[in-house]
Design a protein around this ligand. Structure first.
Ligand code: ZN
Length: 303
């Protein structure tokens, strides 16, 4: 293992100082892009705000972006300053996070000028242990120029890491439990879906609250619901992921047979099978030794 790590380190170190490019910008500096980026980066008040054809200096790297297709124009060289990253990916360092970006600015760019960049591998760290996993920090130095005249530069550092393997899935965030809601969570521990029923007018309510919204009585009792209902609506969460859950994570708004509506995860159903009115049944899941959370699954799947 250390041989492998040493081999990787040596290979990475051999790239330091290597120069790539020159790359040419897809487009000349232009007023429409200046206007849109001025809005995006709130640059109305910088020193050149008055002229629509003068680019904010902090746009310096924008002109060199490769775009979604990740290509360079035909008159750029085709070498790849990120070849190091490909090497690391092959070795399992598949995570990437940007950790630092330092830009230096020369003069403002004007519409019609076409930027070029040269990229130099400035540094590669030794293997580091981080909270995300072991990995390497790579800093690429981008030098920008117009017709040979330097107009700015950027040093961009990224961490490339092998994600830590979670030995055990962490628990979901704990619900905020109050005196009004405690009965609900206690009910789940006994695999019972409970709701409040007003002692005076008999109205059921959920989510739990201190007072009946119909007759304003403070008197209530907990009653057990059937756990049966139909899907009223749903959303599918892709991002941002919490490690306790599997993604994509479907969350349903369920109309319970008793006339209440509840929010809970949906399970045991393909996302493309989710449908309005789908018959659902509650299930209960341990999240640790004591606590349980509800979920809903299609009736045919209910166990
Ligand atoms: Zn009432």
């Amino acid at each position: 293992m250390s041989d492998t790590a040493d081999a990787i380190a040596a290979h990475l170190a051999a790239h330091v100082g290597r120069s790539y490019g020159p790359y040419r910008a897809w487009d000349a500096v232009n007023a429409p892009m200046i206007r849109q980026w001025r809005e995006a980066i709130s640059a109305e008040n910088d020193d050149a705000a008055a002229a629509a054809d003068i680019a904010p200096r902090s746009m310096i790297n924008v002109w060199m972006m490769r775009g979604l297709a990740d290509k360079r124009p035909a008159d750029s060289v085709s070498d790849d300053p990120y070849e190091l990253v490909g090497l690391l990916r092959e070795q399992g360092y598949i995570g990437v996070v940007a950790t630092r970006c330092t830009q230096q600015y020369g003069r403002n760019l004007r519409a019609g000028e076409r930027v070029e960049s040269q990229v130099i591998v400035e540094s590669v760290s030794p293997k580091k242990a981080t909270a995300l996993g072991d990995g390497y920090f790579i800093t690429l130095h981008h030098a920008y120029s117009v017709d040979g005249e330097p107009v700015g530069s950027m040093a961009f550092t990224t961490l490339h890491y092998a994600p830590r393997v979670q030995a055990k899935k962490p628990s979901p965030p704990q619900p905020g439990i109050s005196d009004d809601t405690r009965f609900f969570w206690e009910g789940l521990k006994a695999n019972r879906l409970l709701a409040q029923r007003c002692d005076d007018c008999g109205t059921l309510r959920h989510p739990p609250g201190p007072v009946c919204t119909k007759c304003h009585s403070f008197g209530w009792s907990a009653v057990e619901l059937s756990g049966r209902g139909t899907l009223y609506s749903w959303t599918v969460v892709h991002h941002a992921a919490h490690p306790a859950f599997d993604y994509p994570h479907a969350i349903g708004l369920v109309d319970l047979d008793e006339g209440l509506r509840i929010v809970a995860p949906l399970e045991h159903v393909a996302l493309d099978r989710l449908a309005d009115g789908m018959a659902l049944q509650a299930a209960f899941h341990n999240v640790d030794d004591e606590d349980r959370l509800p979920a809903f699954r299609p009736v045919a799947e209910a166990a």
